[in-house]
Write a protein that binds this ligand. Structure first.
Ligand code: UDP
Length: 448
């Protein structure tokens, strides 16, 4: 992709939210802007700090996040939401002090912070620094989030499940909205979302890890409703891959197994860096894969099954049943796997990075969203872009897998997915919309 450099001596300070799905796009963006000639400082929390040795071209500054000192926060990956709320308070002073120290050394042209770091807007204002937001999910998602106070007032967050699309938010249903709040921290999530929206609208601009052609209608609504410049310059991983920002070590030992499989025959299964499942869900997944009789590569992240370190909950007889047909790993080089000719379908939780990575490789999806933005992404995948199928509770997993791998329906999804892949490439190419947006972003930062 074209990231021609225009020399300038402007320094940018970037502040990623410390979770894999947020660190990857922020560090990719840092690389993109560095290639455009900017000097980059990454401010990061002690918790989940990025691997600095992979980025000798950047300066890193660590700040205290208060997590290790706090006795009130019971942290596990299922409590991401209270942790983010907590850090939005505990990082205020350390972040401000860090910026003051940096400003003594040299001017900062602009701050770029994750949208979920909503406290950074008032810090930026107090120091007279422009703040541009990086939103790491889709445009469609933020429109749904922005409607949540009204949905709440109108009773859509109550527990009656309706499958019909919500007026003005089609194709989103109240079932999807209930899944967004699929945990015990609804109040905290409402607070986080509304602070995020308010402080995103107050920013000097928004950078999106998406491209206009994928979200044409959301883009036009956002251009009207969010009165700040918008820069949809994604997908970022097409400029720079994510492996260097991986917090977990990627296993590549299965690559020779993958090389031996026929074209489009393998189900790649991964539910990202945060989602956790219970033992029953894990056992159901295992039997679904075994009964489908298809080949599979399954990422089981250590700690992702409640109460297990890794594979202790695999049902008895499973390994013997699947034999050479299946491969289980702790963490994979996902983009490389999705680009492999042997992969036929991605069974995913529909984190936005995973969704984009699948679209970019023309791989159809089986969607099993958990929470956050995932139900919204999954609804767009199945009902708007029509490059995947939903796998809901009660459906027969083996049948759904076969539908995508073997049936005509799967072939049609693959065709549509390939055409989205072409649109991505056009958008990123010279004169394409993402390419132009990136040029606009660089010009805009130079005027700040
Ligand atoms: N990922 C990876 N190896 C794996 C599974 C995931 O490198 O085995 C990467 C994936 O490519 C993506 C990120 O982890 O860039 C997950 O982000 P996503 O937004 O999909 O989900 P989250 O982890 O935030 O739920």
């Amino acid at each position: 992709m074209s990231t021609e450099s225009r020399p300038n001596d402007r320094r940018l300070a970037l502040f990623p939210l410390p979770f894999q799905g947020h660190i990857n796009p922020m560090l990719q963006l840092a690389n993109i802007l560095h290639a455009k000639g900017f000097k980059i400082t990454i401010i990061h929390t002690v918790f989940n700090s990025p691997n600095q040795s992979n980025y000798p071209q950047f300066t890193f500054k660590s700040i205290s996040d208060g997590l290790s000192e706090s006795k009130n926060i019971n942290f596990n990956l299922d409590t991401t939401n209270p942790v983010v709320n907590f850090m939005n308070r505990s990082c205020i002073e350390p972040f401000k002090d860090c910026l003051l120290r940096l400003l003594k050394e040299e001017p900062i042209a602009c701050l770029i912070t994750d949208a979920l770091w909503h406290f950074t807007q008032s810090v930026a204002d107090s120091l007279n620094l422009p703040r541009i937001v990086l939103r790491t999910s889709s445009m469609s998602c933020i429109l749904v989030y922005a409607a949540i106070p009204i949905l709440n007032e109108n009773g859509y967050l109550k527990t009656t499940i309706q499958e019909d699309p919500i007026p003005d938010l089609a194709p989103i249903t109240n079932k999807d909205i209930l899944k967004v709040f699929n945990d015990e921290f609804k109040e905290g999530k409402l607070e986080l979302i509304s602070s995020m929206i308010k402080n995103t609208k107050a920013a000097s601009g928004i950078i999106w890890n998406t491209f206009k052609e994928l979200e044409e209608s959301a883009f036009s609504v956002i251009s009207q409703d969010f009165c700040v410049p918008n820069f949809p310059i994604g997908p970022f991983h097409k400029y720079f891959p994510a492996y260097s920002s991986s917090l977990l070590e990627q296993d590549r030992s299965f690559m020779s197994w993958l090389d031996q499989q026929p074209d489009r025959s393998v189900v790649y299964v991964s539910f990202g860096s945060i989602a956790q499942m219970d033992e029953v869900g894990f056992t159901d997944m295992a039997w679904g894969l075994a009964n489908s009789k298809q080949r599979f590569l399954w990422v089981v992240r250590p700690g992702s099954v409640s109460g297990s370190e890794w594979l202790e909950s695999l049902p008895e007889g499973f390994i013997e049943e699947v034999g050479e047909r299946g491969c289980i790993v702790k963490w994979a080089p996902q983009q490389e796997v999705l680009a492999h000719r042997a992969v036929g379908v991605f069974w995913t939780h529909n984190g936005w990075n995973s969704t984009l990575e699948s679209i970019c490789e023309g791989v159809p999806m089986i969607c099993s969203p958990y929470s956050y933005d995932q139900p919204i992404n999954a609804r767009y995948v199945t009902d708007v872009w029509r490059v995947g199928v939903m796998l809901d509770n009660g459906m027969e997993t083996a049948r759904v897998i076969k539908r995508v791998i073997e049936d005509k329906e799967g072939g049609e999804m693959r065709e549509r997915s390939k055409s989205l892949q072409e649109k991505v490439n056009l958008s990123l190419g010279k004169g394409g919309s993402a390419n132009q947006s990136l040029e606009n972003l660089v010009d805009y930062i130079l005027t700040l």
